[in-house]
Design a protein around this ligand. Structure first.
Ligand code: AMP
Ligand code: GLY
Length: 428
């Protein structure tokens, strides 16, 4: 049996752990740092996910057969490289490939060089030229992006010149996102339905996973601030078989080939954030990892052994695996702390969860929870839990997930009541 260490602490990591636990090959699962809910299913440690030396030292101590690095920061920092240097089998891209998420400038230049469809753009390192460009373009909304990682907050959609100029100054002159915003990308505003497609790739073969749809804004009707994601559904009805074929030809395979040609072979989960524009599907962003909360709806639909897939990617024989998907749909509704994505309280007692942190008929993926001294669950983050259910239809899945949500409560809890509504409209 294989023992596995998973690095990370969110709902995504909880979903990865639950899928690995179903594998006949997997024995003990460890997680660092994990959270209250994850600790019911995996032995947790206190090493931070960004502590490369600390995770390597932990791996040397517990000697797992595989280490899965789930979040973006440690991947960009080279955690996989450091673990492989010590002889560990890993899941996740090396730093030279994780740059596809770590630098928007890198990813935009890659797409331009290899003719992969994306929004038109320019790169700036001084605010004067950026503002001059904005004035010349005089086209709003304008999209302004920090080059580096910014906790998912580095994209500003400016509705007018004033907002755009402010965003440019905040990023370049005030270094709002630290070094990450010393360089920025200003790009064309695209329109159309958004689709998330996660894929498995070993650099030779690419296997797209079932599609999904995120709900990024805090409130119903896509209002309020951008968040890490307030809920997801899978599959995404806008992503038809024809569009999938088109994306495979014009985006997925060209991206894998482009990374190989650059000497940056990508091994792991490559995430395509797509917009289905009137001029065809275009790449909004790449992520070098599983999405959160996309993973929570995609992995329950996987009808294959996740450990075997991870091992095959490491051994560059992904083509030997038959990756199948369940029929039906899956939905995840995130319950967040009051105030999220701005400031919010922590340590609030939760009710309605059983001893394992679950509710009947659903799977509750914990994102920001911890256990109190007497074993109850307390809130410990912005996004607290993702209540997830599969069903024969999307409506079934949503009904079960929202029934689960209705059983759970904590002071100030906020969640969207319209997860999946856009997808339902597209189906009907
Ligand atoms: P990102 O952090 O790159 O996923 O961007 C956050 C969100 O901003 C995306 O999910 C889109 O809704 C929006 N966005 C990013 N780039 C563009 C663009 N070029 N045109 C329109 N919307 C965009
Ligand atoms: N849900 C979007 C992301 O993981 O970046």
């Amino acid at each position: 049996m294989k023992n596995i260490l998973v690095v990370g602490s969110g709902g995504r990591e909880h979903a990865i752990i639950m899928k690995l636990a179903q594998s006949s090959h997997v024995g003990k699962i460890y997680c660092t740092p994990g959270n209250g809910g994850i600790s019911k299913y995996a032995e947790c440690f206190s090493v931070a996910a960004t502590d490369v030396d600390g995770v390597v030292a932990l791996a040397k101590k517990i000697k797992p057969d595989m280490v899965v690095v789930a979040p973006d920061d440690p991947l960009v920092l080279g955690m996989v490289d450091a673990l492989q240097a010590e002889g560990f089998m890993t899941f996740g891209p090396k730093a030279n490939a994780a740059i596809i998420e770590g630098s928007k400038v890198f990813s935009k230049e890659l797409m331009k060089k290899y003719n992969i469809p994306t929004a038109f753009y320019e790169v700036f390192t001084d605010s004067e030229s950026a503002v001059a460009y904005l004035k010349k373009q005089n086209s709003y909304p304008a999209v302004i992006k920090a080059d580096g990682l910014a906790l998912g907050k580095g994209v500003i959609i400016a509705q007018n010149e004033q907002e755009a100029v402010e965003a440019v100054h905040d990023m370049i002159d005030e270094l709002k996102f630290g070094k990450s915003s010393a360089r920025i990308v200003i790009e064309e505003f695209l329109t159309g339905p958004e689709v998330s497609v996660l894929s498995f790739t070993d650099g030779k073969t690419i296997v797209p996973m079932i599609s999904s749809m995120d709900h990024k804004r805090a409130f119903d009707g896509d209002l309020g601030l951008n968040t890490g994601g307030m809920g997801t559904v899978s599959p995404n009805p806008y992503y038809t078989k024809e569009i999938a074929e088109q994306c495979m030809k014009s985006i997925f395979i060209p991206t894998v080939n482009a990374m190989n040609a650059e000497g940056r072979t990508f091994e792991g989960c490559l995430y395509f954030g797509l917009m289905l524009t009137p001029n065809g599907p275009k790449v909004i962003e790449y992520n070098c990892r599983f999405g959160d909360p996309e993973t929570q709806v995609v992995l329950p639909m996987l009808d294959a052994d996740l450990y075997e897939i991870f091992e095959a990617i490491y051994n560059h024989c992904l083509d030997s695996i038959n990756v199948k998907w369940h029929s039906g749909s899956c939905a995840c509704v995130v319950m967040a702390s009051g105030g999220y994505p701005q400031s919010y309280p922590k340590g609030i007692e939760m009710s309605g969860l059983d001893d394992m942190g679950q509710v009947e008929n659903c799977f509750v993926y914990h994102a920001g929870t911890k256990l109190s001294a007497n074993g109850t669950f307390l809130t410990n983050g912005g996004r607290v839990i993702g209540v997830t259910a599969c069903g024969k239809t999307l409506q079934n899945a949503l009904d079960i997930a929202y029934c689960g949500v209705s059983k759970i409560s904590f002071d100030g809890a906020q969640f969207r009541k319209d997860i999946g509504q856009k997808a339902l409209k597209a189906i009907n």
